[in-house]
Design a protein around this ligand. Structure first.
Ligand code: CAA
Length: 387
């Protein structure tokens, strides 16, 4: 298998890839960095900044130009996600959900009408989307959907509650998974496109979180919401497969987010270690710190390779279920380990907000939870290995 993987791989980014990386790096430094501490503290992300991310093309990077997107490959997306996440993981989760879950899902499985109506404004960044799978009693166990979509002929009657929905408060379009045929289990689930403002659709409370506090996470409530039949994605009962297939790509986005958090914390630690002096020399000259920096750099490099491998598999139209799960599992662990060490290297400064690494440590944790916990990634990997 490794021969196949490494054939022709030269570890060189193309000019186009480097340009995307640079654009994301510049945007992160000039637009995201200045107020990032404030946004975390106030649990707020201004519309103006979302609009700018849209204008830069970050919200529909991989959508084909025909539908208003950037037509880029997954490697470009990973590069941009890493750069944005180095500075602000709250901003990058918006980018990830809109690209990987909402736009990808619509482009891959939507009808032409659905693409024209919803995908085009989403890809242009004129509106934001959300992906609603999780429920109060269906997180990891995503097949046990309690939200129902009763078939009423020319519409579905949607009832239920969704939890922990990223972009929940600011989205205009929601991809909502709901059970239509309970007797069929996961084969009875549908995905419906629900618009903000549909009668009976209420945005619930905003969650107060440990990390990614700038991104808005809400519960959603549906009471007898009439969703037209033409808003169903795919054939009757395709909803669970739709969610799983879409999440495979989502996991590459979150792996890249975790990679970015880790490399952001590492870069700050490296700089700090060269500037901060103790016992008459820069702390980078102490072996205890050198060992930490070496471990961080090595694990980040390994994480980056896994992340690009998954992106490359997707771009080559190979199966990426396993590589995406491996990338997410490993990158999120590296994000957690690296940010903890980053705080340690910074000592007392690491514990206060001005030095960023405490926020990164808090942000890192969610990458081990959303779009499937680490335990779910291990299940997915094991099932692929044992197939
Ligand atoms: N890709 C494609 N299809 C998949 C799949 C995958 N990764 N995983 C499962 N499927 C398919 C199976 O092939 C099966 O189809 P058939 O019946 O046709 O054979 C069907 O889905 C059911 O699969 P399982 O029998 O394996 O179902 P399960 O209940 O045993 O386990 C699971 C499935 C992998 C644990 C799944 O429930 C899962 O991934 N859970 C985690 C859910 C998750 O990631 N939630 C994240 C919420 S979204 C989010 O976090 C976004 C955000 O806000 C940032």
């Amino acid at each position: 298998m490794s021969n196949q993987i490494f054939q022709g791989l030269n570890f060189q980014l193309s000019e186009e890839h480097l340009a995307v990386q640079q654009a994301a790096r510049d945007f992160a430094q000039t637009e995201l960095l200045p107020e990032v501490i404030d946004r975390d503290e106030k649990e707020f992300f201004p519309e103006e900044l979302v609009r700018k991310m849209g204008e830069m093309g970050f919200l529909g990077m991989m959508v084909s130009p025909e539908y208003g997107g950037g037509g880029m490959d997954t490697v470009s997306y990973v590069l941009a996600m890493e750069e944005l996440s180095k500075v602000d993981a709250s901003a990058s989760v918006m980018v990830s959900v809109n690209n990987s879950l909402v736009c990808y899902g619509l482009e891959a499985y939507g009808t032409e009408e659905q693409k024209q109506k919803y995908l085009v404004p989403l890809a242009k960044g004129e509106i934001i989307g959300a992906f609603a799978l999780s429920e109060p009693e269906a997180g990891s166990d995503a097949t046990s959907q309690h939200t129902t979509a009763e078939d009423m002929g020319d519409y579905y009657l949607l009832n239920g509650t969704k939890n922990w929905i990223t972009n929940g408060g600011r989205a205009s379009v929601y991809l909502v998974m709901a059970q239509t045929h309970p007797e069929l289990g996961h084969k009875g689930i549908n995905c419906l496109i629900v618009e903000r403002g549909m009668e009976g659709f209420q945005i619930g409370k905003k969650e107060r979180k440990l990390g990614i506090r700038g991104s808005d996470t809400h519960s959603l409530m549906f009471t007898d919401v009439k969703v037209p039949k033409e808003n169903r994605i795919g054939a009757d009962g395709f909803g669970f497969k739709f969610a799983m297939s879409t999440l495979n790509g989502g996991r590459i986005g979150i792996a890249a987010q975790a990679l970015g958090i880790a490399s952001g914390a590492y870069e700050l630690s490296l700089k700090y270690a060269q500037e901060r002096k103790t016992f008459g020399k820069a702390i980078a000259e102490h072996q205890a710190i050198q060992f930490k920096l070496a471990d961080m750099a090595t694990s980040i490099e390994a994480a980056r390779l896994l992340c690009f491998k998954a992106a490359f598999d997707k771009d080559q139209h190979r199966s990426y279920v396993q590589s995406a799960a491996m990338a997410k599992l490993f990158c999120s662990q590296v994000a957690m380990d690296t940010t903890i060490e980053a705080v340690q290297i910074h000592g007392g400064y690491g514990f206060v907000k001005e030095f960023h690494v405490e926020r990164m440590m808090r942000d890192a944790k969610i990458t081990q939870i959303y779009e499937g916990t680490s335990e779910i990634q291990k299940m997915v990997i094991a099932r692929e290995i044992l197939k």
